[in-house]
Design a binder for this molecule. Structure first.
Ligand code: SAM
Length: 213
């Protein structure tokens, strides 16, 4: 109950106040127990307005950033979605509330294993987790209606653009190793359109079409 209250407060004060409008996204953020995806010692901070460490030098993103990126994907419920950077699995759970099938790739196996356990415990069975280099996408399951990259990339990874369906949306932070712009790429008949959704700060996307290790 106390967590539900914290979530409602988070939605009002961090999301609605900053312009998040999609009622399905707001409902998912009210529902998914973010505190289950953070370390025991950080549970009291789970609904605060900032990212938190999740081990392996990685982070669970700020709630507002999760909501902003999710809203940009324009999910209606029937989509097949690819996520790059499973991390804690929190964003994966939000996506699982909003679309039909979610594929999520993480390069650090222990994070993927832990995320799988929590997603199973919470009953998110429309999710498939993979371990590997997400900058290559997931050719065997393409095309995707929506793709979300939750790590900062030097450029828009071309394989991900190629794996978008017509009209598909890709959201990816693009910039240098320390600060990025959140880019929304839409696949259209003529090629792609790109919109800058604003500044952000993510851990590095490491891989063939990301930063070198
Ligand atoms: N979405 C996550 C959540 O809700 O907890 C936060 C993800 S964290 C900001 C970024 C993640 O991307 C890290 O776990 C990192 O290991 C992962 N990552 C970085 N490069 C990757 C790649 N090439 N393929 C897959 N995952 C990658």
């Amino acid at each position: 109950m106390e967590y539900a209250t914290a979530r409602n407060r988070m939605v009002e004060s961090q999301l609605i106040s900053r312009g998040i409008k999609d009622p399905r996204v707001l409902d998912a953020m009210r529902k998914v127990p973010r505190h289950r995806f953070v370390e025991e010692a950080l549970v009291s901070q789970a609904y605060n307005d900032h990212p938190l460490p999740i081990g392996e030098k990685q982070t669970i993103s700020q709630p507002y950033m999760v909501a902003l990126m999710t809203e940009a994907l324009e999910l209606q419920g029937q989509e097949r979605v690819l996520e790059i950077g499973t991390g804690s699995g929190y964003q994966t759970a939000i996506l699982a509330e909003l679309a039909e099938k979610i594929y999520s790739i993480e390069r650090i196996r222990p994070l993927s294993v832990k995320a799988q356990r929590i997603l199973d415990e919470l009953g998110y069975f429309n999710v498939v987790l993979k371990v590997g280099d997400g900058t290559l996408g997931l050719k065997e399951e393409a095309p995707f209606d929506a793709i979300i990259v939750t790590a900062g990339s030097p450029d828009v990874p071309q394989p991900l653009v190629d794996q978008l369906s017509m009209g598909g949306r890709l959201v990816v932070p693009v910039g240098d190793r320390y600060t990025q712009s959140l880019m929304k790429v839409v696949r259209v008949k003529e090629g792609i359109t790109k919109t800058d959704l604003g500044g952000c700060r993510f851990v590095n996307l490491l891989g063939t079409h990301g930063w070198k290790e």
